[in-house]
Design a binder for this molecule. Structure first.
Ligand SMILES: *Cc1c(COP(=O)(O)O)cnc(C)c1O
Length: 235
């Protein structure tokens, strides 16, 4: 066996854990997409992950996607996972495979408008504030179904599912109930058979709790620290 880089070794470990969690839940590992969250990390580290087979990367700032994308391989699929300001939509539209963080009608309207301009249908998820935390973005669970229904009339948006950032906790088991609620919410919305709305993607779980999220139905997990190491925001 050839020697692995730090990032390749981390990736392999995360992949193995994803498979194990999927199997525990009686699911196929292929049902789960790993998003490597590369915010604050230099392109060299993303290139290393790419070499190790990673293709989906998540960023929380438009600026970072726009800076990194031209330097890296064209077949990388960028996921916008952070809060998106309306005045940044124009810059990022067309550069993402999926925007995970749509949480207001005004933002959705802006994406609709810019997507129409360039003639694409933009894939989005609705961010849900499942823990009803004041500090968090997202639609509250009780209002999510109505919110989704409103978006079904936007011809240049495709609602693909739901996303959440679970509350911060030392004990990840505490988030199991939130992940379960997210899954139930997606099932309830799917049952309504709203035109133009699909609920296939459930983006939930980060370094500390992705295995639990998978056991409860996540189809996308967003792992940063577990792949690239701790982030340093003070650089
Ligand atoms: C930073 C971030 C992640 C990854 O967090 P880790 O704990 O480093 O895995 C996932 N999702 C969102 C929305 C983030 O901002």
């Amino acid at each position: 066996m050839t020697e692995q880089t730090y990032i390749a070794a981390n990736l392999n470990e995360v992949r193995a854990r994803i498979s194990a969690a999927a199997q525990r839940a009686g699911r196929a590992p292929e049902e789960i997409t790993l998003i490597a969250v590369s915010k604050t990390k230099p392109t060299e580290m993303l290139a290393e992950a790419y070499e190790a087979g990673q293709r989906c990367f998540g960023e929380n700032k438009v600026q970072e996607i726009l800076e990194k994308a031209p330097i890296l391989s064209e077949d990388i699929r960028w996921h916008m996972i952070g809060h998106l300001q309306r005045n940044k939509v124009r810059q990022v539209i067309g550069h993402t495979e999926l925007i995970h963080s749509v949480d207001s009608i005004r933002l959705a309207e802006e994406i609709e408008k810019e997507a129409a301009k360039i003639g694409i249908v933009c894939n989005i998820l609705i961010e849900v504030n499942i823990g009803d935390e004041e500090s968090k973005y997202g639609v509250v669970p009780q209002e999510t179904a109505d919110f989704v229904a409103e978006l079904s009339h936007f011809p240049h948006l495709r609602v693909c599912g739901l996303m959440t950032v679970a509350p911060y906790t030392e004990n990840s088991e505490e988030n199991r109930k939130y992940f379960r609620e997210m899954k139930q919410l997606a099932v309830d919305i799917k049952r309504k058979n709203i035109d133009n709305i699909c609920m296939d993607i459930l983006s939930m779980g980060m370094t500390g709790d992705y295995e639990i999220a998978i056991e409860e139905g996540a189809t996308m997990v967003r792992v940063g620290t577990g792949i690239f190491g701790e982030r340093n925001y003070n650089k």
